[in-house]
Design a protein around this ligand. Structure first.
Ligand code: ZN
Length: 463
């Protein structure tokens, strides 16, 4: 039985053609075309697989898995009866590994492909179409869910959810909330001073970053994101790498300002994730009620202890040294990135020592090339964790963090695990990723089936 729609066949044909023309013409292909479509099915029966369930250190014995609608209905060592309807799909797993779709808990769906200049000056329609294509690529890398930590992603999320474009589930934050000069304030000096009643800055018009300098302003901006469907609020409690006028050591919001965002989020049953590298910015965020720290690379032992005591999430990223190349040599951004990198090893060691609840993300922005390495960054966690621990982090552990959104969770149901009743976000891997985690670095070759919400987006086993 053919498992591909014409659209899916089309993508392979087009990719092949691109490859040929890319070679012949010496072209750099900016991205793959976003014409992947889901196959309409109601029942999918996947036989003879060994399962990484998202938690265990070992694969299961041979199993058969029945997916009905968007959920995993049955898992059994025995063959399962399947109603053979016209749209029933049978997949012979051939002893391969079935695992949960991957989750990137620090992603920026709108910011991966544009340069900062494109973002600040180009047409938003173009930026959205680029983001749609990137979302398809993200799904084809096996990432079936992303938590978007800043950027105008509401439209893209809607287009993915209604089937207009293939992409991952998105947990959107909407605009990052920051302070004047904070991380995310990309204004030029000629735009200062800001006066009440001035037109908002480009970043604010796009819904990428909102500037707020009092608790009242923070409340307004937080509530605006919640109104648009934010599943959590993201704010920047300290300096950041990519922003021009935001030194890493700086603490930005005051505690009352941070608390205003926390109250607004909690009134909506959700939480605040705070961008913070330094002990001061992390500790102030925790004092204000923040539940999740983004990055944390420069934390010290006292801060790690505090995070453990208060059960605060550390949502951090194994930044690759090559990420420095995203910033020009000699630039202030490059120097800041290198400073952050010096803390990374100690941070992961502290996270392990104090058993911090630690989530995986990549935070790739402004680099389509680096986005190709999303899976390789996951594999790089084996510097500190076993392959099984790294894979669990990107599946069941990340899914646990997503549940902090409470009733603002846009996708109620169990993610990040392969078990009966869970949402059917599944990867069929050609090999054993616990024995060889590098398999996740080459998803085009090794992920032979990609399913999200019970729908098949890739099946290279079908003829
Ligand atoms: Zn980020």
């Amino acid at each position: 039985m053919s498992l591909m729609t014409p659209g899916v066949k089309g993508v392979h044909a087009t990719r092949a053609a691109h490859g040929v023309w890319g070679v012949i013409l010496g072209l750099a292909i900016a991205g793959t075309p976003s014409i992947v479509t889901a196959q309409q099915t109601s029942v999918v029966y996947i036989s003879n697989v060994r399962i990484f369930d998202g938690r265990s250190a070992q694969l299961s014995g041979p199993k058969n898995v029945l997916v009905r609608g968007n959920k995993i209905e049955r898992i059994s060592a025995e063959p399962l009866p399947t109603d053979r309807r016209a749209d029933t799909v049978l997949i012979d797993g051939g002893g391969r590994t079935l695992m949960p779709g991957l989750i990137d808990n620090h992603w920026h769906t709108l910011l991966v492909r544009p340069t900062p200049d494109t973002l600040l000056t180009d047409d938003i329609g173009y930026i959205n179409l680029q983001a749609g294509a990137e979302a398809t690529d993200t799904l084809m890398r096996g990432f079936t869910t992303v938590r978007d930590l800043g950027g105008p992603s509401f439209g893209l999320k809607r287009a993915i959810d209604d089937g207009t474009v293939a992409g991952p589930r998105i947990y959107p934050s909407g605009a990052v909330i920051t302070v004047t000069s904070g991380h995310g304030d990309f204004r030029q000096f000629y735009e200062l001073p800001r006066r009440m009643g001035d037109p908002s800055s480009r970043g604010e018009q796009l819904g990428a970053a909102m500037i707020a300098d009092t608790p009242d302003e923070v409340r307004v901006r937080a509530r605006e994101q919640l109104m648009q469907g934010a599943s959590q609020i993201k704010l920047t409690a300290g300096g950041g790498v990519a922003s021009p006028n935001s030194p890493i050591d700086v603490s930005t919001f005051t505690e009352p300002e941070l608390r205003a965002a926390v109250e607004a989020a909690e009134n909506w049953g959700t939480y605040v994730a705070a961008h913070a590298y330094t002990p001061v910015s992390i500790q102030r965020s925790i004092a204000a009620g923040v539940k999740c720290i983004e990055h944390g690379h420069l934390m010290d032992e006292a801060t790690a202890k505090l995070m453990a005591e208060k059960r605060i999430w550390l949502s951090t990223q194994p930044f690759p040294p090559g990420m420095a190349d995203a910033f020009p040599p000699g630039s202030v951004q490059r120097a800041k990135f290198e400073e952050v990198l010096t803390g990374m090893d100690a941070m992961y060691r502290l996270a392990k020592k104090y058993s911090l609840k630690t989530a995986f993300g990549t935070d790739i922005i402004f680099s389509h090339a680096l986005a190709q390495r999303q899976g390789a960054l996951l594999a790089s966690l084996t510097r500190w964790y076993t392959p099984a621990e790294a894979l669990a982090m990107a599946t069941s552990v990340n899914a646990q963090l997503l549940t902090l959104s409470g009733k603002r969770n846009p996708y109620p149901g169990k993610l990040g695990v392969v078990e009966e009743g869970a949402l059917a976000d599944l990867l069929l891997v050609d090999g054993d990723p616990i024995a060889n985690i590098q398999l996740v670095s080459d998803p085009a070759k090794n992920f032979v089936v990609i399913m999200k919400d019970g729908k098949i987006y890739k099946n290279s086993l079908s003829k």
